[in-house]
Design a protein around this ligand. Structure first.
Ligand SMILES: Nc1nc2c(ncn2[C@@H]2O[C@H](COP(=O)(O)OP(=O)(O)OP(=O)(O)O)[C@@H](O)[C@H]2O)c(=O)[nH]1
Ligand SMILES: [Mg+2]
Length: 360
């Protein structure tokens, strides 16, 4: 999953990038686009790896991309260059400034930043959609695609992000290849002062990953209206923690009254927001985790692994990870008759270990 860090200049994007990835990128002013990959921790993958002892163990991963804001014009969270980067992401993490930044004149106003960012995204999509419709008009194009673009225009004109439109109102399969900014999953991170961190994070843990979780009322409501998720953190504190050795991290977290690093909460929130689940493969030399939307059928899930597997899908052998744990080995699962054979329409569940049989 590619996650783009976006937001206004000085909101703490690079600091959040460091907190999430353990990097030491220079903070303070602009800079270039940066990327770093982090594994999605999953004890089930570790367990499978211990059982199968493969040559290679591959966790799901997130590529964080730090997209610098445009300096000089404070109004802009999305320069043309930033917009191009944004269109390349699977999800956006909007960093909102909730701390006093001595380099900036303005007091923090995260709710206003959210609205301004939202307005810029709506405008970017509206321009794109109107241009498309203009061309379609010239070419006398008709049909489902035109209808979808008209529906998008109507939503955007009333300042609604496209992600609020359910699949029944907007058929995304018509829109593959276009990347509409307001259709991308959005998770806002309120970057707070260190002093507030313990308190707000403790609050946040009460309902981990809930959209709008532990956010000031106004912000939580606005995010809910935009069908976006939210969480709080103190980026500079988390960036310090992320730089430590794992053993020291645990101690530091405990001292701060934090149950886990912000990355873990972020991953949970991001998965929940997009309704993502994991399945696993244990083929030959590799144990590997895959990420799919809940509701994905076995054939499409197989397509994640390889397009040949989707095209030539025959059936899948399925063992839920907890059943494998219960019996201790694949042999024992089979002997107990608990290995299932499923067809193309089987809806893959979180934690399924899948072996795909295919023929091309
Ligand atoms: N007090 C406090 N300062 C922070 C926090 N997060 C970031 N900062 C500081 O705010 C300044 C800007 O942080 P950056 O991470 O560089 O912000 P940015 O969004 O990447 O800025 P641009 O890339 O220039 O748009 C730096 O001096 C950071 O040290 C925080 O949680 N608390
Ligand atoms: Mg930066």
């Amino acid at each position: 999953m590619k996650v783009g860090l976006v937001g206004f200049p000085g909101s703490g994007k690079t600091t959040v990038f460091n907190a999430m990835t353990g990097q030491d990128a220079p903070v303070g002013y602009g800079g270039e686009v940066r990327r770093a990959v982090v594994d999605v921790p999953d004890p089930r993958v570790e367990w499978l790896s211990a059982l199968y002892r493969p040559r290679k163990t591959t966790f799901a991963s997130i590529v964080f991309c730090d997209i610098p804001g445009e300096h000089g014009s404070e109004q802009r969270g999305l320069s043309t260059a930033a917009l191009q980067q944004v269109r390349d992401q699977d999800a956006l993490c909007l960093v909102l400034r909730g701390f006093d930044n001595p380099a900036l004149e303005h007091a923090p106003d995260p709710a206003a930043e959210l609205e301004a960012f939202h307005a810029e995204c709506v405008l970017a999509d509206l321009l794109f959609v109107e241009r498309w419709l203009e061309r379609a008009r010239k070419e006398a194009k008709r049909g489902l695609e035109v209808a979808a673009f008209e529906r998008m225009r109507d939503a955007l004109e009333s300042e609604r992000p496209l992600r609020v439109l359910p699949e029944s109102e907007l058929d995304r399969s018509l829109l593959r290849g276009y990347s509409l900014v307001t259709d991308a999953p959005l998770l806002a991170v309120l970057n707070r002062e260190e002093d507030d961190a313990g308190e707000s994070l403790a609050e946040g843990l009460a309902q981990p990953g809930e959209p709008g979780d532990a956010l000031p009322d106004g912000l939580g409501d606005a995010l809910a209206r935009m069908r976006a998720g939210g969480m709080t953190l103190s980026a500079s504190l988390e960036a310090e923690i992320a730089m430590l050795e794992p053993a020291d991290q645990q101690e530091f977290l405990r001292d701060m009254g934090l149950a886990e690093p912000a990355l873990d909460r972020f991953i949970r929130a991001a998965y929940q927001l997009q309704d993502l689940i994991s399945f696993f493969t244990v083929a030959g030399p590799e144990v590997r985790a895959w990420t799919i939307r809940a509701g994905t059928d076995a054939r499409r899930a197989a397509g994640k692994i390889h397009s040949d597997m989707e095209r030539g899908f025959i059936r899948a052998e399925v063992i839920p990870c907890d059943v494998l744990e219960e019996y201790g080995s694949e042999q024992a699962v089979k002997a107990a008759g608990r290995l299932r054979v499923e067809g193309r329409d089987y809806v893959v569940k979180d934690g399924d270990v899948l072996r795909v049989l295919f023929n091309v």
